[in-house]
Design a protein around this ligand. Structure first.
Ligand SMILES: Cc1cc2nc3c(=O)[nH]c(=O)nc-3n(C[C@H](O)[C@H](O)[C@H](O)COP(=O)(O)OP(=O)(O)OC[C@H]3O[C@@H](n4cnc5c(N)ncnc54)[C@H](O)[C@@H]3O)c2cc1C
Length: 491
């Protein structure tokens, strides 16, 4: 008889898992509490403006391509473009650094604008690439909890290279040992935020993330980031996956430590496996209240959150690129404030993403859709409404100075996302964006595995479990969990 799988949540990892399972001939159902798929990857359109509400930076499209190949579909139909420049950085004294996507111009820009030795920049970027190539196939694309799968030449090579990863250094320590200008270090420290971490505590190994954005370059789907979800939902439906929207899962049903199905607000459903794309802590707390919880694993520090202003702007600004970072001068203080004081920094760095620079339909002619993000701590009951008022004013003042204009009058549409909403809409514990932070060298090893050691038939995917936060890793979690199911049930 056909095996049946139930996936809790239609986030990216849930959808990717559904494609893989249905492709194996398993009857696959996704139950989603919201009316829409994609979880944090969603989109809003109003008054001629369209906004990607969650992720804006797409790297590692090869993991999406893998899903197309698996289903025998043409990845060429997933239209996307590599951006001509990855990021534009703005510093307080007026210095601007634009990183294009070819190595020669990147080295020239950093060496001339930030006064670095070109050889050091080359060495740094080469190292990021070689570390990524050694680490990813083993520690990102595989389960860290099934060691037999890792053993082989690749593991030996990765282990021999351990000194290169600078396990005892932090990202910031390594960046300041490579570069003499503290601003160059700040540019490379930025990659800690790819998984919501603090670069003064996150291990230097995470510096390899810069390889994905600087050496390879970020992509943008032709229809904006939401295209990722629309395309994968189509792919899932073609594989026979059944989506059940507006149906929140209330309980995972277990008998003698074996999965028997779920209960939702509407009904009870039988299944052989349950794969939770819901935050792992909340899965235990809310859906498995009577099971033993892995307390140490679940008590780890959470990643940061964010406040995002979605602004429909009635004109365009040539000074801005697709991805812009307007840096605060006080890098460490900003991260300390978010992680330790649990407050948004007084003068935070501002990230602005404008998809309409490329996707022309995302704003009316001559206008722009600004996605303006500042890093925020997780929600522990701060007065967010006051914070939003104060920070909105700060951003407007700062942008007015930068653009020599009064942007207040240009804001024709506004919507705001804050940690409370991230917690409530996406059921993400404390509103953290990326599950656990990577603020210790053991973080990677302390994440929850992609399967339950206690309950047969229970698996986990998404940012709160191995291998961690962000689109590429969520896609890898789907692959790993599916491999575990295939192995456990000889499928
Ligand atoms: C503002 C913002 C910016 C980001 N920027 C980037 C970026 O630039 N690049 C990048 O790679 N990543 C970025 N991310 C992170 C990225 O969105 C996630 O890594 C990615 O979407 C994977 O999410 P996920 O699959 O773990 O689950 P989620 O998107 O969290 O989805 C979980 C799903 O489960 C559903 N659910 C939860 N509980 C239940 C229940 N009981 N019953 C039924 N359904 C349930 C939720 O409704 C949700 O749909 C950003 C996120 C945010 C919020």
């Amino acid at each position: 008889m056909k095996k049946k799988a139930i996936i809790i949540g239609s986030g990216l990892a849930g959808i990717a898992t559904s494609i893989r399972l249905a492709n194996k001939g398993i009857e696959t159902h996704i139950f989603e509490s919201n009316a829409f798929p994609g979880g944090k990857i969603n989109s809003k359109s109003k008054d001629g403006y369209r906004f990607d509400q969650g992720p804006s930076i797409l790297t590692c499209p090869e993991y999406i391509e893998e899903l197309y190949k698996l289903c025998g579909e043409d990845f060429g139909t997933f239209k996307m473009a590599k951006l001509k420049s990855s990021f534009k950085y703005f510093f307080d004294d007026g210095l601007e650094v634009l990183l294009k996507h070819d190595r020669e111009s990147i080295v020239k820009e950093i060496s001339t604008k930030l006064d670095e030795n070109p050889k050091q920049i080359e060495k740094y970027l080469d190292k990021a690439e070689s570390n990524y190539k050694l680490i990813a196939p083993l520690f990102i694309e595989k389960s860290l909890h099934r060691w037999k799968k890792l053993i082989g030449k690749k593991l030996i090579k990765a282990l021999i290279n351990i000194p290169k990863y600078r396990l005892f250094k932090t990202m910031h320590q390594e960046n300041t040992s490579f570069f003499k200008n503290k601003r160059t270090a700040q540019v490379f420290n930025r990659f800690a935020i790819y998984n919501g971490s603090h670069p003064y505590h996150a291990p230097a190994m995470l510096n390899m993330i810069s390889h994905l954005e600087i050496n390879i370059g970020p992509y943008l789907p032709k229809g904006g980031m939401i295209q990722l979800i629309e395309s994968l939902v189509d792919l899932a439906k073609k594989q026979g996956v059944k989506f059940h929207f507006n149906e929140k899962v209330k309980k995972i049903n277990v008998n003698k430590n074996k999965i028997i199905g779920i209960s939702t607000e509407k009904n009870e459903y039988y299944s052989d496996f349950v794969i939770s794309n819901m935050d792992v802590s909340l899965t235990y707390e809310k859906l498995l209240p009577n099971s033993k919880h892995p307390k140490k694993t679940l008590a780890q520090e959470r990643s940061s959150s964010a406040i995002v202003f979605y602004w429909g702007i009635d004109r365009s600004f040539d000074k801005l690129d697709v991805h812009n970072m307007i840096f605060s001068d006080e890098d460490k203080e900003e991260f300390d404030s978010v992680f330790y004081k649990k407050k948004i920094f007084e003068k935070p760095s501002i990230y602005i993403y404008i998809s309409s620079k490329i996707v022309k339909n995302d704003a009316p002619d001559g206008c722009e859709n600004w996605f303006v993000l500042i890093n925020a701590p997780i929600n522990n009951g701060q007065n967010w409404d006051d914070e939003i008022k104060v920070k909105r004013e700060f951003i407007i003042q700062k942008m007015n100075k930068l653009l020599k204009s009064d942007i207040r009058t240009n804001i024709k549409f506004e919507e705001i996302l804050d940690p409370r909403k991230i917690e409530n809409i996406h059921n993400s514990k404390f509103g953290s964006i990326y599950g656990n932070a990577s603020n210790s060298r053991f973080s990677a090893f302390n994440r929850h595995p992609n399967y339950s050691k206690k309950i047969k038939g229970l698996y986990f995917v998404g940012v709160s479990v191995h291998p961690g936060g962000g689109i590429p890793l969520a896609l890898c979690s789907a692959k790993i969990a599916t491999e575990c199911i295939v192995e456990d049930y000889n499928l």
